[in-house]
Write a protein of this length. Structure first.
Length: 171
């Protein structure tokens, strides 16, 4: 099993989407790459901690190679939108790929270059080593399962359709 940390705006929708990808074994929402340790949701939203709402993704590389996982992730974000996804605005909603080993970082940078080649505007997705991850409060975990009518910037269609997709088909 491998791990990668993906920031795609509000973590509720990103988690719902990512956990539905075949080969993803586990997801957890939390806060990454900020200036404080163990922040609360309130602190991240109001105290300028510098954290991004992020989903920790544990995945089986044999079933969903990192390149495929990242290409699927790119489907639910606007990679050229700085500190904004859907109706959510602020640095905590920035997009990012945070990795724990250099090979994953190399793959992520390659995929971001590939993505940029197909766009006519700059890609602003961070690609950095993970500098810290703290799980969000329990009520945020699997939020859209607990609150099916909750807000989500990721279209429900995308969340449902990814269940039936072979991740290798995007390679």
């Amino acid at each position: 099993m491998q791990e990668i940390y993906l920031a795609g705006g509000c973590f509720w929708g990103a988690q719902s989407y990512l956990r539905n990808i075949k080969g993803v074994a586990e997801t957890q929402v939390g806060f990454a790459n900020g200036r404080t340790q163990e922040p609360t949701y309130y602190q991240v939203c109001h105290d300028g901690t510098g954290h991004a709402e992020t989903v920790k993704v544990i995945y089986d590389e044999k079933n969903v190679p990192l390149r495929a996982l990242l290409r699927l992730f790119f489907r639910i974000i606007d990679p050229s939108s700085l500190n904004k996804q859907g109706g959510d605005v602020g640095t905590q909603y920035r997009t990012g790929i945070y990795y724990t080993d250099e090979e994953a970082g190399r793959i992520a940078r390659d995929e971001l270059r590939r993505l940029a080649e197909g766009l006519d505007r700059p890609v602003v997705v961070e690609c950095l080593p993970l500098m810290g991850f703290w799980p969000a409060e329990e009520y945020h975990q699997d939020y859209l399962i607990k609150n099916p009518a909750g807000y989500c910037h990721v279209p429900l269609r995308e969340i449902m359709e990814v269940k039936d997709l072979d991740p290798r088909s995007v390679l």
